[in-house]
Design a protein around this ligand. Structure first.
Ligand code: EPZ
Length: 430
């Protein structure tokens, strides 16, 4: 099984190009099926999740033409099935976007219950509530979610939770519905706004994305478009915290600084210098790191997808920090791995109490999920000695060329397989 071998202790220094946002790419790729004309999508991240989604799209008849790693042409005029089943779709959470897309366009959809990282129960009751409000009958049976409607008619929907997935799914089902839909308590994440902008570029009529209230007027049909996906806020934040934890100096390039405000604010709070430019942000971590308190919140609050990365960094900060996770109920599983590296962290319910230590020590660790896996790599890069990280397939779901980008920043990290390659790495890095 492939793993990362890491020899820690080097400050990471240099520039890194940030790719397209995975969590914008997934709904946008799915939504490209809502027209029978050809859609060109650029700045798509070349990661496992987008590859799996494109395969699932092809399995129901979509024409997918990869122009290069980050550009793809899609045509949904030959869709021959509205049932998205099988082991592929089950692997990723983004499969649930086929519900809103296929119901919106064909008034029928059946999707295998979504997989994704095990960070909580991840119900889809808000998705179902919204689709039913538009007139669909929705049922869950045999591990599938099935939705169908004679007509889809606009409705006033109040989400109990500002759910990213539910907001996106309801938006996609509503763009071709009759009349007006209002989504209250809508998610405001940058990738929700990106999806709305993409749909509007296809002729949809969506207003208010990025606020609590999104208003959609149904249209007859959608048309071709060419679209560039926004930069990945979480990939950028991950490298920004890698600078902090390794006492380095990293400039993340091709970003939208506004999307990183809550991340930059926390880095300043713990003692880093953050310099913002038009499309890049530089993080310099020189002096001692300070403790702080963090609560994860929907955008524009501190993102839950950055929680493991800030916990790893606060584990190296002076004093006691408190991190409260308010979005997912099982997102601290990685802490036990971190404790094996010398961290002094106690988890009580949805709160981590962190007593900073001077440094971590390398160990054999495993990635329990996508973002925790990336955070554990950051811990290993800052640690004394060698670490190995297993289950890196989780990390590769959402980070393109992660170890290669880190190598360019001075990290001693390699993707290896088996004992022999591990020994070679040990000898090489001494
Ligand atoms: C999206 O997940 C992202 N995934 C997650 O990123 C991200 O952590 C999350 O949004 C929050 O920002 C993708 O976009 C593919 P939610 P999603 O619906 O849509 C509860 C990553 O690392 N909820 O906003 O599943 C849910 O249980 C991944 O890239 C309901 O109760 O998140 C959670 O507690 C991890 N009922 C909260 O809402 C519902 O119907 C937020 O979930 C839906 C959600």
């Amino acid at each position: 099984m492939e793993q990362y071998a890491i020899n820690g202790g080097n400050p990471l220094v240099g520039e890194v190009e940030i790719g397209g946002a995975k969590n914008a790419a997934l709904p946008i790729l799915a939504a490209s099926l809502m027209t029978d004309e050809t859609v060109l999508i650029e700045n798509m991240p070349d990661v496992r999740d987008t590859a799996i989604l494109l395969d699932a799209m092809q399995s129901i008849g979509a024409h997918v033409e990869r122009l290069d790693r980050h550009s793809v042409k899609i045509n949904g005029s030959h869709i021959h099935d509205v049932v998205v089943d099988g082991s592929l779709a089950k692997k990723i959470r983004g499969s649930y976007y086929f519900l809103g897309v296929l119901l919106g366009k064909y008034k029928r959809a059946a999707v295998v219950l979504p997989g994704g990282c095990d960070i909580g129960c991840r119900s889809i009751d808000q998705h179902i509530k919204g689709l039913r409000a538009l007139g669909a009958s929705v049922k869950i049976a045999h591990g599938m979610v099935t939705a169908e409607a004679q007509r889809l008619v606009g409705s006033h929907i109040y989400l109990d939770v500002a759910s990213v997935g539910a907001t996106a799914n309801i938006m996609m089902a509503a763009v071709l519905a009759e009349g007006r839909t209002i989504i209250e308590n809508a998610a405001k994440e940058p990738h929700v706004v990106d999806l709305a902008n993409f749909l509007n570029s296809m002729g949809a009529n969506i207003k208010g994305a990025g606020t609590d209230v999104i208003r959609i007027r149904g249209v007859q049909k959608l048309h071709r478009t060419e679209y560039v996906i926004i930069p990945d806020q979480i990939e950028a934040g991950t490298f920004m915290f890698a600078a902090a934890a390794t006492r380095g100096d990293i400039t993340v390039k091709n970003v939208i600084p506004k999307h990183l405000e809550s991340i930059s604010a926390k880095l300043v709070e713990i003692g880093c210098e953050v310099r913002e430019f038009d499309d890049s942000v530089r993080v310099i971590s020189k002096g001692p790191l300070r403790h702080t308190h963090v609560k994860t919140l929907p955008y524009p609050g501190f993102p839950t997808d950055m929680q493991p990365q800030i916990v790893v960094t606060l584990g190296l900060s002076e004093g006691t920090s408190i991190v409260t996770e308010t979005i997912f109920e099982n997102r601290f599983r990685y802490v036990e791995e971190l404790v094996r590296m010398g961290a002094n962290i106690k988890v009580e319910g949805m709160t981590a109490i962190i007593d900073g230590v001077s440094c971590y020590t390398g160990a054999g660790i495993s990635a329990p999920d996508l973002r925790a896996g990336a955070a554990l790599v950051i811990a290993a890069l800052s640690a004394e000695g060698m670490s190995t990280v297993d289950d890196i397939r989780y990390i590769e779901r959402g980070y393109e060329d992660f170890h290669l980008k880190l190598q360019k920043l001075g990290a001693q990290i390699e993707k290896i397989e088996g004992e022999r390659e591990q020994q070679k790495f040990r000898l090489k890095t001494g």
